[in-house]
Design a protein around this ligand. Structure first.
Ligand code: ADP
Ligand code: MG
Length: 240
């Protein structure tokens, strides 16, 4: 079963069209990059998938659950790291995680076990008592990933998770998420406007002015384009 399925998704902010006929499927446990210049509609798509905005047109299903008809079941399968951090800087790492576990209604013991596990996985255990304010950008993102995984979603959405990080932290986070995807068999949708975060073997979706204009293996898409993917993307970005 697909981790995510979109058909005919459209969205407007008043008269401004932000998404048009967006359709794609993500396989369970797969890593997919969604590449698009600023303003392409990436965050709007994430807002629709997480139900921050109501669907206007089209259908979305998460692990087979319709976002319209079974929103609770659909959202239970989904974890998200938003473009803008939503951590409480004055709470510790552990307190931030505990708060989220409570929001998801995880009973105390289960919450403790999951928090332990995610802290280990994100290599944050030694810093669990530190206030988030003391952490660098890369570690803050790891706290958000830990938080997004507490309720064991089958699909993890990351919206420009590496934006604002220095190049080494950016690479580190990208590799970390790929490893997570492989080892935990969680499907990942990684949005970015940076071509260098994409590897040749990646499944790639290119979003431009609200439309999916390419969908396939990054390497084969690149071969079909004059100037490779970099050339195509540069042209898109300059005309965006
Ligand atoms: P991205 O995340 O790819 O940079 P967004 O989804 O943020 O793109 O934006 C897509 C388009 O929708 C852009 O043209 C942007 O200006 C517009 N947009 C985004 N948010 C709003 C909003 N709250 N009100 C009106 N227009 C918006
Ligand atoms: Mg955005």
């Amino acid at each position: 079963m697909s981790a995510l399925e979109l058909a005919g998704v459209g969205f407007s902010y008043g008269p401004r069209r932000a998404l048009e006929q967006v359709a794609f499927e993500l396989d369970a446990g797969s890593f997919t990059a969604l590449l698009g210049p600023n303003g392409a509609g990436k965050s709007t798509l994430i807002a629709l998938l997480t139900r921050l905005y109501d669907l206007q047109q089209g259908e979305v299903a998460v692990c087979g659950h319709s976002l319209r008809r079974e929103p609770r079941k659909a959202l239970a399968k989904l974890g998200v790291v938003f473009q803008q951090s939503t951590l409480d800087l004055d709470l510790s790492i552990e307190q931030n995680l505990r708060y989220h576990a409570a929001l998801h209604g995880l009973p105390g013991r289960l919450a403790n076990a999951r928090i332990e596990r995610e802290l280990e996985r994100q290599q944050l255990s030694p810093r669990r008592k530190d206030k988030v304010r003391l952490l660098n950008g890369g570690h803050r993102r790891r706290v958000e990933i830990a938080r997004a995984l507490l309720h064991e979603p089958r699909l993890l959405l990351l919206d420009e998770a590496s934006a604002g990080l220095d190049p080494a932290s950016r690479d580190g986070l990208n590799l970390h998420v790929r490893q997570l995807c492989r080892e935990q068999a969680v499907a990942v949708l990684w949005t970015t406007h940076l071509l260098d975060e994409i590897q040749p073997e990646d499944r790639l979706l290119v979003l431009h002015q609200g439309r999916i204009i390419a969908n396939g293996c990054a390497a084969s898409l690149s071969e079909r384009q004059v100037g490779g993917l970099a050339g195509t993307f540069a042209r898109l970005t300059t005309c965006a």
